[in-house]
Write a new protein. Structure first.
Length: 85
């Protein structure tokens, strides 16, 4: 429940599309007042690989390579920013 112009962030620590992209797709079909507000390059400190074609944030364990394996990798996350129009 957000007021007009309000923002809702949905975020999971999951790689499952059923918990993320599919769920958000269904949610947006059922909530016509909400729309995606794409995440932009400047908001990810230049890590454009984290931004999906829909403008959502998606990280994968294979990202964040480092020659030292102790510092390599990242957890799988998904986040979408929704705005009440």
């Amino acid at each position: 429940m957000t007021k007009s112009g309000g923002t809702l962030i949905y975020c999971t620590c999951s790689l499952e599309s059923e918990e993320n992209e599919i769920l958000i797709g269904k949610f947006l079909r059922d909530q016509p007042g909400l729309r995606r507000s794409p995440i932009m390059s400047g908001e990810t400190f230049g890590l454009d690989d984290f931004i999906s074609s829909e403008g959502d944030l998606r990280t994968l364990p294979c990202q964040f390579a480092d020659t030292d394996s102790r510092y390599a990798g990242i957890d799988g996350f998904y986040a979408v920013r929704l705005v009440n129009s």
